[in-house]
Design a protein around this ligand. Structure first.
Ligand code: PMP
Length: 361
């Protein structure tokens, strides 16, 4: 057995160990086929059954209504930042965006290429440490959609409520907290997520799109990103990321075996509470996010004295606590607590935080 660590990476991130073990056991021979999933035709019956099960399990986990299509695409969340306007924004149209930080700004910058963007709200006034309440939003009356980033992976800010945009479709980049808790999919027009945090390996992008929003794509929209084209082709207009879809499917099975999203949410709440309590205990560590908007998945924290950062990280590594260095844009530390991170990993981290503080505080 290889030595495993507590991996706090923001993504590509830790996968559930039983998923990796199962993939290992099935690597050379999937289900008596004599082939690895990597070697199968995407249109053959073996892979078609893998894809169908992955979709059915994802639908079960999120209780996705029947009038939504599930697409398994490529290009990451950043490709969706272009695909969303290319599918929904007519030439000359306007789209509303809520600016909550780094990843919202990436979405906004991409949308600017395709049409008018209205920044309906921003938390720039407090360095992106909160989610602007809907009472402060200035929505356009004629927007083609409203875009939000439901978990800011760098800023550590998460929406715990769903905006009401009336008849205007709500589009969410949920990359870094999808499947961390139940969500009412029917409140959204589109939910998209790169897989490499809470779903599976990098290279796969999941798009959940309401039927009526597929079929409006602009002429110049690449066919691989046209929701109607991909929906009609069961995500096989081009060769899909077959092995990544298989691993995502194993992760969905693992989640269902844990008791589904309500059960994993309870674990995620306990993990987040334990870590924020350790951060808030004294003034030695600090997290700047407004308490009610603190992300359960992405927890940035800072040492009072940044000169101690290197020693903190080195000691953490010696204890098997890895990939804790904060994003280069903000420094400090960041612990990502995706579904695959058990409470024991968080306890190991908080133990180290207390020990470090005792010697350096
Ligand atoms: N949106 C969010 C919220 C993210 O966290 C990330 C990746 N960290 C991205 C978009 C970009 O995803 P990708 O690299 O898969 O395009």
């Amino acid at each position: 057995m290889t030595k495993r660590v507590w991996n706090f990476s923001a993504g590509p991130a830790a996968m559930p160990e039983p998923v990796l073990q199962r993939a290992q056991a099935e690597l050379l021979d999937w289900n008596g086929s004599g082939m690895s999933v990597m070697e199968m035709s995407h249109r053959g019956s073996h892979f078609m059954s893998i894809l169908a099960k992955a979709e059915a399990d994802l639908r079960a986990l999120l209780a996705i209504p029947p009038n939504y299509r599930v697409l398994f695409l490529q290009g990451g969340a950043l490709a969706q930042n272009a695909a969303v306007p290319l599918n929904l924004l007519p030439a000359g149209g306007v789209a509303d965006y809520v600016d909550t930080g780094h990843w919202a700004q990436k979405s906004i910058a991409e949308a600017h290429k395709y049409g008018r963007v209205n920044i309906a709200a921003s938390s720039a006034d407090a360095e992106y440490t909160y989610v602007p309440p809907q009472s402060a939003w200035q929505l356009s009356t004629d927007a083609s959609y409203v875009h939000i980033t439901t978990n800011e992976t760098i800023g550590g800010v998460e929406y715990f409520w769903i905006p009401d945009t009336g008849a205007i479709p709500l589009v969410a980049d949920a990359s870094s907290h999808i499947l961390s808790r139940p969500v009412d999919v029917a409140r959204f027009g589109i939910i998209y997520a790169g897989a490499q945090k809470n779903i599976g390996p990098a290279g796969l992008t999941v798009v959940i799109v309401r039927d009526d929003l597929a079929g409006r794509a602009r002429r110049e929209c690449p066919s691989v990103f046209d929701y109607a084209v991909q929906a009609k082709a069961d995500s096989m207009f081009n060769t899909p990321a077959t092995f990544a879809i298989y691993l995502a499917g194993l992760t969905f099975e693992w989640l269902l075996a844990q008791g589904g999203l309500a059960a994993i949410e309870r674990v995620n709440v306990a993990k987040a509470q334990a870590l924020y309590a350790a951060i808030d205990r004294t003034g030695f560590y600090r997290n700047p996010v407004r308490p009610q908007d603190r992300s359960r998945m992405s927890v940035p924290f800072f040492l009072r004295d940044p000169k101690l950062d290197a020693a903190f990280l080195e000691g953490a590594k010696a204890r098997g606590l890895v990939q804790l260095k904060g994003h280069r844009a903000v420094g400090g530390m960041r612990a990502s607590l995706y579904n695959a991170m058990p409470l024991a990993g968080v306890v190991a981290l908080t133990d180290w935080m207390q020990e470090f503080e005792a010697t350096h505080g």
